[in-house]
Design a protein around this ligand. Structure first.
Ligand code: NAD
Ligand code: USQ
Length: 392
């Protein structure tokens, strides 16, 4: 089957494109490379030196004999998107191609507008292109667990059955997102749901939790060995700065450079997390088991729940075992969010399809800490502390 990975030059997209290619899918990557441009604008760099996309793809071909088609352009440009789809003719579209940082979306009005236009218009264009030319194609769209917020009841997978005044219905689960970025995902979900209903499109919304890790077999020098050495031309990005870096990845890199771990507020914020090796497998499972025509399916894509404070403690312990002394700082929270709350989300649908989770282990933390130590000279320490405040 032909799978177009939109956003395939990014963190989740690159790992997924290689994994699907290895599994025998015919893979295309579509990306505007705008993320590299945003890094330049913010003057931040991934911890790992990533090669240009053309070199990455060339290296993959050299190594495996597998070709990945490349389409460079913006999905907000409908003519470009429609032409690329016409050339590639996908059976499934995996859509990672969005502005994905909550702090980025909260910098100012311009960044909020950029985020919502980029994300909502891009997804709407994909829906129209599918309706026009590929009505049977399966859209696998990355949403986020943050769409739900932190309600004081259990979080279901997309829908909740409610009884009200003696009547009963199954309705989209209430959304209480915590940034203009997370809101863009809610808007996307509504648009996709509506398009499935009126045009009979098929879609899966993957409400993914926070992803950690960087090592997938495909980027290793020798994928069949236990040796963690990576191929420098295939290496994936690993963000650590306060705008694009995410909690656990940041904590490991902070530990490696001797910076106190930056826990925001009380640290009781609990989220769903998953290893990037499970991200790629979830995508494969969603593609291999497509939604029905007209179905808008929602899976919660995370494997474990942790509070950020407890993650910091785990990194401290792993550091101590490796002889790295780790300090934890409780910083004033730059965000507006609950710091102590109930959080219990269901995540059985992907497990039912066959996902075997990689639980967060000491060995994963060791490997991330080793990775961070290897590249620690590339860290710009000015990019660690948060600069974007939710209250402006
Ligand atoms: P990323 O920034 O590394 O990659 C996104 C890619 O999409 C980039 O290469 C970028 O150039 C491209 N892109 C953005 N807008 C585009 C456009 N208009 N046209 C074409 N290409 C465009 O992000 P990521 O961490 O790989 O996240 C991928 C997706 O997964 C996002 O939708 C994100 O919201 C979701 N997600 C990520 C995480 C995480 O922890 N990283 C967690 C949950 C959900
Ligand atoms: N946090 C800290 N210290 C830090 C960084 C973050 O305490 O140094 C806290 C935040 O305040 C928040 C939690 O950790 O409570 C998660 O923050 P994050 O930056 O790791 O993740 P978030 O902003 O939610 O966004 C990331 C991805 C986004 C994805 C989302 C999944 O960037 O694309 O949608 O994770 S989820 O969180 O489940 O919505």
């Amino acid at each position: 089957m032909k799978v177009l990975v939109i956003g395939g030059d990014g963190y989740c997209g690159w790992a997924t494109a290689l994994y699907l290619s290895k599994q025998g899918y015919e893979v295309g990557i579509l990306d505007s490379l705008v993320r590299r441009h945003w890094d330049n604008e913010l003057q931040v760099e991934t911890l790992t030196p990533i090669a240009p996309i053309q070199q990455r793809i060339q290296r993959w071909r050299q190594k495996t004999g597998k070709t990945i088609e490349l389409y460079i352009g913006d999905i907000n440009n409908y003519a470009f998107l429609s032409k690329a789809l016409g050339q590639f003719k996908p059976g499934a579209i995996v859509h990672f191609g969005e502005q994905r940082s909550a702090p980025f979306s909260m910098i100012d009005r311009e960044h909020a507008v950029l985020t919502q236009v980029n994300n909502v218009v891009g997804t709407l264009n994909i829906l129209y292109a599918m309706k026009e030319d590929f009505p049977d194609c399966h859209l696998v769209k990355l949403g986020t667990m943050g769409e739900y917020g932190t309600p004081n009841i259990d979080i279901e997978e997309g829908y909740i059955t409610i009884e009200h005044n003696g009547r009963k219905d199954t309705l989209p689960y209430p959304k209480q997102p915590g940034s203009f970025y997370h809101l863009s995902k809610v808007h996307d979900s509504h648009n996709i749901h509506f398009a499935c209903k009126i045009w009979g499109l098929r879609a899966t919304d993957l409400n993914q939790g926070v992803v950690y890790g960087v090592l997938t077999d495909e980027i290793k020098k020798d994928p069949d060995s236990d040796n963690d050495e990576v191929d420098e031309l295939l290496i994936n990005r690993l963000d650590y700065d306060s705008v694009f870096g995410t909690a656990l990845n940041r904590f490991c890199i902070q530990a490696a450079i001797g910076h106190p771990l930056t826990v925001y507020g009380k640290g009781g914020q609990t989220r769903g997390f998953l290893d990037i090796r499970d991200t790629v497998r979830c995508l494969e499972l969603a593609i291999a088991n497509p939604a029905d025509a007209g179905e808008f399916r929602v899976f919660n894509q995370f494997t474990e729940m942790f509070s950020v404070g407890s993650l910091a403690e785990k990194v401290k312990e792993a550091g101590a075992a490796m002889g790295i002394k780790v300090q934890i700082d409780l910083l004033e929270n730059p965000r507006v969010e609950l710091e102590e709350h109930y959080f219990n989300a269901r995540n059985t649908k992907l497990i039912d399809l066959g996902l075997e989770p990689h639980k967060l282990s000491d060995s994963l933390l060791d490997s991330l800490l080793n990775f961070a130590t290897k590249y620690k000279d590339r860290v710009d320490k000015d990019q660690i502390l948060p600069k974007v405040l939710w209250k402006g």
